[in-house]
Design a protein around this ligand. Structure first.
Ligand code: ZN
Length: 137
């Protein structure tokens, strides 16, 4: 029995030799696969199992790919997009929870400005391009 596992391990190692294996993006695809598979099972809506199959094929394609640098680049792209999404939401929630300030974008250069709340109509000067505009706080 032990021998069988040893052989299996060796076989796996040979199989995976020079291949990409798994990464964060593949884990996400695998999770999405399970989600779509479950949705398909519950709703019996044909689109979900099709999407699940496509995701599973993608997971295996990336796992056994020999083009490791390309797969690595894909994962890096995914990770940077993911951190942007996270940054967007955490930035938004900071603004929502800030009761003392209002946030505006400069009409000219789109620079983000923070002004104190409850001061009535005030003239704001953008510190970047010095454009002046009036806002109610
Ligand atoms: Zn500006």
């Amino acid at each position: 029995m032990n021998n069988f596992f040893m052989r299996f391990q060796q076989w796996m190692q040979r199989l995976m030799y020079g291949r990409y294996g798994t990464d964060r993006l593949n884990w996400l695809l695998l999770i999405l696969y399970l989600v779509f598979w479950a949705l398909g099972a519950f709703t019996r809506f044909l689109l979900f199992p099709i999407l699940a199959w496509i995701l599973l094929i993608l997971v295996f394609f990336r796992m056994f790919s020999r083009n490791t640098s390309k797969r690595w680049a894909e994962n890096q792209k995914f990770l940077s997009a993911w951190s942007r999404v996270k940054g967007f939401f955490s930035g938004r929630s900071a603004e929502l929870h800030d009761r003392d300030h209002r946030y505006y974008h400069c009409p000219k250069c789109k620079n983000k400005l923070r002004v104190p709340r409850g001061k009535g109509k005030i003239q704001i000067t953008c510190p970047v391009c010095h454009t002046e505009f009036i806002k109610k706080t």
